[in-house]
Design a protein around this ligand. Structure first.
Ligand code: 2AM
Length: 164
């Protein structure tokens, strides 16, 4: 099972992200756009791992208090374009505790430095034109839980299922 831990986006945030994706589409940006139901913020990528219950135990043990997130800025890792988030000490603390819990439980995960981003489009191309200017709405959400996600390859792209 391919697993990752993520924050699914709230309605307001999801709508704002879709609006930015639409602006890019209108601006002629082609690529593999994240479908609305797949929009999320990854906190830890585990990858192939056979024991989701062990991961849920870690999730349950991480102290959690709801916190706020707000969109802020736009960036790219090569041809993967993303929306960023306002600096959030609560988010950073949550990710630190989560990753510490995974490590203590011996659950492997991608230990790359946490760089919070919501992937808008992969393999983005502008066909030689400049990146269209878009406004990032200041949409926000209250994070009331973090989710264990399973990722499966479907006929038309990845299917993400919230296990809990
Ligand atoms: P991405 O959006 O930057 O591509 C499911 O694959 C989720 O886990 C995606 O959000 C993906 O990030 C993220 N992820 C983080 N590290 C990953 C890795 N090493 N391999 C695949 N996905 C990873």
């Amino acid at each position: 099972m391919r697993l990752f831990i993520a924050i699914p986006l709230g309605e307001e945030m999801r709508a704002a992200v879709r609006a930015v994706q639409d602006d890019f589409r209108r601006g002629g940006v082609k690529g593999n756009y994240t479908p609305p139901e797949n929009l999320h913020l990854t906190l830890a990528f585990i990858g192939e791992y056979p024991d989701p219950d062990a991961v849920l135990e870690v999730l349950d043990a991480v102290p959690f208090r709801p916190f706020e997130l707000r969109l802020d800025g736009l960036g790219a890792f090569g041809d993967l374009w993303w929306l960023g988030l306002e600096d959030s000490p609560a988010l950073a603390a949550c990710v630190r505790a989560l990753r510490r819990g995974l490590a203590n439980a011996g659950i492997p995960f991608d230990g790359k430095r946490f760089s919070p981003h919501i992937t808008l489009v992969r393999r983005a191309t502008t066909g030689g034109r400049p990146m269209p200017g878009v406004a990032v709405p200041r949409a926000g959400m209250t994070v009331d839980h973090i989710a264990l996600m399973r990722s499966d390859r479907g006929r038309n792209g990845m299917i993400y299922t919230e296990l809990r």
